[in-house]
Design a protein around this ligand. Sequence first.
Ligand code: ARG
Length: 455
Amino acid sequence: MWGGRFSEKPSDLMQAINVSIGFDRRLAMQDLAGSRAHAAMLAKVGVISTKDEAAIQKGLSKIEAEIRKGAFPYRDEFEDIHLNIEARLKELIGPAAGRLHTARSRNDQVALDFRLWVREACDRSIGQIEALQRALLAKAEPNADTLMPGFTHLQPAQPVTFGHHLMAYVEMFGRDASRFADARTRMNESPLGAAALAGSPFPIDRQMTAKALGFDGPTHNSLDSVAARDFALEALSAATICSVHLSRLAEEIVLWVTPQFSFITLSDAFTTGSSIMPQKKNPDAAELVRAKIGRVMGALTGLTLVMKGLPMTYSKDMQEDKEQVFAGFDALELSLAAMTGMVADLTPNAARMEAAAGSGYSTATDLADWLVRETGLPFREAHHVTGAAVKRAEKLGVGLADLPLADLQKLNANITKSVYGVLTPKASAASRKSYGGTAPAQVRKQIKRWKEKLA
Ligand code: ARG
């Protein structure tokens, strides 16, 4: 394809380091789409004949059929997907194939193909995130009243509901989806027509190809068009943040299925056994989702390092962009799917969660708040009195709700027996009616809001 000025073949090592067909074949469909749009445009502006265009389109359709059938002959000697497809086109339609590359370079071609691939990956991720959100909503709704401990420092803090807890992730994943959507909007300009780097002397219509490929319009600087990969970095950044959220939920699942927590159970479908310990049911899928961020963030780090310090415009370094992005999105997509499966699969152990919700003096804040409300004590003093009550309860080995009134009154004479009304986890959670709070009515409100948003 580029042998005109060469008299010798590349060395085997040159070939080995240069060849990319082993991985960039994943850009085949994008490459075909770009070529179709380019050929149609070339014919429309009169750079190639309509007859040649028809032959090219026919040949490209044949190639697409071969690829779908698994019958396309990928060949290392043709280096990458672009040259493989062009070589095959020549075999299928003859010399007309040689006209397709008019006013185009592999530089704008690969920039286009890759952008199309990343754009589709963002769309797929958004779809998968929404599926995960739906699974979370389906679990949150019947558990809007299911009590559980809310944690800070992984210490029982205040009672919340399981539905509220799951809805926290719906919010996080919602922002992840909107990050992918933002990245998509920014990347949605077509680099095709930048040619090698400087633009083209042919009367090409970049608006036309951009439109045909679903872009908002063409990119505005030919150098930037072939040099930029920030769209991929941005998509991987969004993927990394999403993986952070997945790993946090995965970690909670790992904790919750331990005999110590026993907050949920996973079915046999999402657990594995041990080859030596017959009693074991391990949450391997959750552990692997927790770990996959290594690949996703590894991809972001890897590509960032490839791009750092590269002078304008295209350098072959940039061929190293693809495996990173493919690996990052493969890991993310598998994680999202596995997490969606686990969320749908899990069964909360409501009795166990509710019992835990009252442990660790989790309604201490409610006692302090009661003192503020009912006796007019400043919060700082109420905090102090409550601390002393916790100390006393600890000494007697009872929960706050079981502390005798006489003990409480020793700490503050104005305490009456109505205080016991606020000391249960249920009353505590129900009292937190502020917007976005854990009161079941608030949780239901947010579930409704998200269901409408995702409808
Ligand atoms: N396989 C190349 C890549 O992925 C395509 C672009 C090659 N351009 C060039 N001038 N050698 O980056």
